[in-house]
Design a binder for this molecule. Structure first.
Ligand code: PNS
Length: 167
């Protein structure tokens, strides 16, 4: 219990594609765990057009391996809406990380849609400034052509990228 009483009794739901999870994501998860107490990370996918670099099962396994050191963090997957995944996780709040203005534009709109449809609030946390340039898309692109991204992703993801693109 903290000096302010037992106020860390909420579950945050953190949805994303996580293809793959990078250190910016991990920082958001750690921030959410610190603030709320418990976090469910939701690997969201679309059955119809899921053509990611990593399969959903691989993304789940890599995310689980990457959050293993954090207390009260679990990983789920869901095909469909984030609000349904959040409900299934019995989450009190959705959490998202903001890196820049572009993130804000889309995330702000999504948060209002999700609240309008499901009454679920979204809380934003600021990305670690040292990681605010990191994206899964560019991690994938650089790794694919042999670039070193090992300082930008958790060790299990770095190993998986090396194995995937080993020549
Ligand atoms: O890691 P990403 O690709 O930025 O994550 C985006 C994601 C998966 C969180 C977002 O696209 C999403 O919530 N998709 C689920 C479908 C959904 O809930 N759509 C309604 C948005 S208001």
């Amino acid at each position: 219990m903290s000096e302010h009483g037992d106020r860390r009794a909420l579950r945050a739901f953190y949805p994303g594609s996580f293809d793959p999870l990078h250190l910016g994501h991990l920082d958001v998860i750690a921030q959410a765990q610190e603030i709320f107490g418990a976090v469910t990370v939701g690997v969201l996918f679309n059955f119809a057009k899921d053509t990611g670099t990593f399969s959903v099962d691989e993304r789940i396994a890599l995310t689980e391996a990457s959050v293993a050191h954090l207390p009260d963090v679990e990983v789920t997957s869901h095909a469909g809406l984030a609000i349904d995944a959040a409900r299934a996780a019995a989450a009190d709040v959705i959490v998202k990380g903001l890196r820049n203005q572009a993130d804000f534009e889309i995330e702000h709109q999504m948060s209002q849609m999700n609240h309008s449809v499901a009454g679920l609030r979204t809380v934003f946390v600021s990305a670690d400034p040292s990681l605010s340039f990191v994206s899964s898309r560019f991690v994938r692109e650089i790794a694919k052509y042999g670039g070193d991204v090992s300082h930008l992703v958790p060790a299990p993801v770095a190993e998986a990228l090396t194995a995937k693109y080993a020549t």
